[in-house]
Ligand binder design. Structure first.
Ligand code: SF4
Length: 298
């Protein structure tokens, strides 16, 4: 178990604090859970982990390719928005559209964000948001992380997983020998639910065409669903997380690995949950043919 803790960099939290992470008593897997700080000098911090050559190309999290306005108008709207909410069904068939080039992916993602998500008022969550949180990362990422929805910090910054749980997600990614800019990170809803409650079913149904469009554009090989709402949505299952996580699932030709949400991990800071998450992440590395970082094997 120690190896798993080291790989997640979580023991750095323990060593740099005097006790367990402090957390709020909430059933929601929100991003504002508190945890101790990481010591820069702690040898178990994973920032010096070797980085896999995971990216299909190098790209910063924020799109850097300028968008031709004329081309934007040629980008079709997600067809799922033409479907009434009550008739919404999660597609299960494999993608048939061709895989886009890097530039096409950047253009499609940027256009989706700028022309549809940022001004979206399709559900009640727009009334209380500060910013929409579209998602970010490498448009050619082989791994996509999907969480539940933005928390307070994410709402203020307009970026996914930048609060305390996001810091732990960063360490999980580093423990895999990767950088945040290697992967793509997003949520099932793009606006923060008030008081970090779970998104309501109608909010999920209304917002997830954006997510489905992101997935179709990025076309990751593996999706790691973080926590129960994201997992149950992608798998269309009512089973509990302890029945779903740690096992491979297949959706639209993409391998799905459910694992615990970092906020849940912070609230249930046990060797068992830390070991479970690391076990799930190792399975992803092995599925993609990537070596498990040496540190985790020490
Ligand atoms: Fe639009 Fe999604 Fe925000 Fe609702 S949560 S207002 S559907 S972007």
């Amino acid at each position: 178990m120690l190896r798993a803790e080291r790989a997640l960099g979580i023991d750095a939290v323990v060593l740099s604090t005097t006790g367990m992470p402090v957390h709020r008593a909430s059933s929601s897997e929100s991003e504002e859970e508190c945890v101790g700080t990481t010591s820069r000098n702690d040898p178990l911090v994973v920032s010096d982990s070797p980085s896999h050559s995971l990216r299909r190309s190098t790209l910063r999290p924020q799109p850097v390719v300028s968008v031709d306005v004329q081309k934007k108008s040629e980008i079709p709207k997600p067809s799922l928005f033409n479907t009434p909410v009550n008739d919404f069904k999660l597609p299960t068939e494999p993608f048939t559209s061709p895989v886009l080039s890097k530039d096409e992916k950047v253009l499609r993602l940027q256009t989706l964000d700028e022309t549809q998500v940022r001004g979206c008022t399709k559900c009640r969550l727009h009334e209380t948001r500060t910013n929409t949180v579209f998602g970010e990362g490498n448009p050619e990422a082989r791994i996509m992380f999907i969480g539940e929805g933005p928390g307070e910090t994410e709402d203020l910054q307009g970026r996914p997983f930048v609060g305390k749980a996001g810091q732990l997600l960063d360490r999980m990614i580093q423990a895999m020998g990767l950088n945040r800019s290697d992967v793509y990170i997003c949520n099932i809803v793009k606006c923060r639910p008030p008081n970090n409650r779970e998104p309501a079913p109608d909010e999920v149904a209304t917002c997830t065409p954006y997510l489905l469009e992101q997935i179709e554009i990025v076309r990751p090989e593996v999706i790691i669903t973080l926590g129960r709402p994201a997992t149950q949505f992608i798998l269309q299952s009512k089973l509990a997380m302890n029945r779903l996580r740690g096992q491979w699932h297949l959706w639209r030709g993409i391998s799905i690995m459910p694992t615990y949400h970092p906020a849940y991990l912070l609230r249930n800071y046990t060797a068992q949950t830390r070991g479970a998450v690391w076990s799930d992440l190792k399975q992803v590395l092995q599925r993609l043919g990537l070596s498990v970082p040496k540190r985790s094997e020490e």
